[in-house]
Design a protein around this ligand. Structure first.
Ligand code: RP5
Length: 276
């Protein structure tokens, strides 16, 4: 797995906007270790999150708004990027990578880290010989991204990557799905964990943020030709995208997906040549 020291990640979320979010307050100093006396973040938790309070709604996916009522459970919550630190006056966890311009949870259900999983599915294009990966177009921002999603309560991350791939990138009617099943089982049989950590996601706030586990699955020639793609769920498009640093589509991937992909491939003796 790629071992990035968490402190090397400098997030840019405070510079981003997201549909339905208020404008972020100015962030002069990202790091909590530096004083930013004028810092005045906007409080924002989306009403969808409040309506999914699992203490009030059966099957709800969000924590309750009163963070102190789950203080014990929060103490046990672990971030991939370091020990959780809590605000003294409110008990809220603070973003492991610094200020974002928004307090509260935005559209994220959990206080602190919200865990996702991302499948990096690659192939060598049989004609161009370029290394490519399966990229979806996200419905929320229009950005290209790995077809990842949130880990459901009680679900193993290795199951999440396969489920999310099928939902977002291989969303065929039942019959066709059955035909593809064998290929997908083969492809997802050997998960290789290549990244675990923070995602520079535009939904992040000072008190809630995305973290992911990225698993790499490479298609051999046969699989690369036979796997069919069909967008679904949160994806409005899907395609094989060339992994070419410097090219616009690749440079502008969601969050830090580009860095995760480059780190995984750059460290692999067999594949790093594709980045030359
Ligand atoms: C990113 O958002 C993760 O890396 C993952 O790709 C995705 C999960 O959120 P949804 O796509 O489910 O909204 O931060």
């Amino acid at each position: 797995m790629s071992k990035r020291r968490p402190e090397q990640m400098v997030h840019t979320v405070h510079l981003s906007s997201y549909k339905g979010y208020p404008k972020r307050a100015a962030v002069k100093k990202v790091s909590w270790l530096e004083e930013d006396e004028a810092y005045s973040p906007v409080e924002f938790t989306h009403e969808i999150v409040l309506s999914e309070d699992r203490t009030k709604k059966e099957g709800g996916w969000a924590d309750p708004p009163e963070v102190l009522t789950i203080a014990k459970a929060l103490q046990k919550r672990k971030s991939f990027d370091g020990k959780l630190v809590f605000e003294k006056d409110t008990g809220r966890p603070i973003n492991v990578h610094g200020r974002t311009g928004i307090r509260g949870r935005g559209l994220l259900g959990k206080w602190g880290p919200n865990f996702a999983a991302d499948p990096l599915v690659t192939r060598v294009n049989p004609e161009t010989k370029k290394l490519q990966f399966v990229a979806i177009t996200r419905a929320d921002t229009g950005a290209l991204a790995m077809p990842g999603g949130m880990v459901d309560d009680g679900e193993k991350v290795s199951q999440t990557v396969k489920r999310e791939f099928i939902e977002e990138a291989a969303n065929f009617p039942a019959e066709e799905k059955e035909e593809l099943q064998g290929l997908l089982d083969e492809l997802f049989s050997k998960p290789k964990l290549v990244f675990q950590g923070y995602v520079d996601d535009p939904r992040n706030t000072d008190n809630a943020w995305m973290e992911t586990s990225c698993f790499w699955f490479h298609c051999n020639e046969k699989l690369g030709k036979e796997i069919k793609l069909q967008a679904g769920d949160d994806a409005v498009g899907v395609r094989w995208l060339d992994i070419i640093p410097g090219e616009d589509d690749f440079e502008t991937l969601h969050g830090n997906h580009k860095d995760m992909i480059l780190a995984a491939i750059g460290k692999d003796k067999k594949f790093s040549k594709y980045l030359d």
